[in-house]
Design a protein around this ligand. Structure first.
Ligand SMILES: [Zn+2]
Length: 78
């Protein structure tokens, strides 16, 4: 789900600067599941947003796709 509050500001792709992975908010694993995306648990100072808001931009910036929400996302490989 998209989050419209800071620091997410409605961005679809959310990076975790500590783990250097990024998530797709539209396909994130169920919140609270152990080992899932846990986007809500990323510390605000570690949240990365991308402009443009795309997997390609995240990868350019050195982030790896999250295996829980992005492994089926074909656009990652475009
Ligand atoms: Zn994820």
């Amino acid at each position: 789900m998209l989050r419209f509050h800071s620091p997410f500001d409605g961005k679809r792709f959310i990076g975790d600067k500590k783990k250097m992975i990024f998530h797709d908010s539209h396909h994130e694993s169920i919140p609270g599941r152990v080992g899932g995306c846990q986007i809500d648990r990323i510390a605000p100072e570690n949240v990365a947003r991308f402009d443009p808001d795309s997997p390609a931009e995240a990868i350019i910036q050195g982030f790896a796709p999250c295996l829980d929400c992005l492994w089926t996302e074909s656009s990652v490989h475009e």
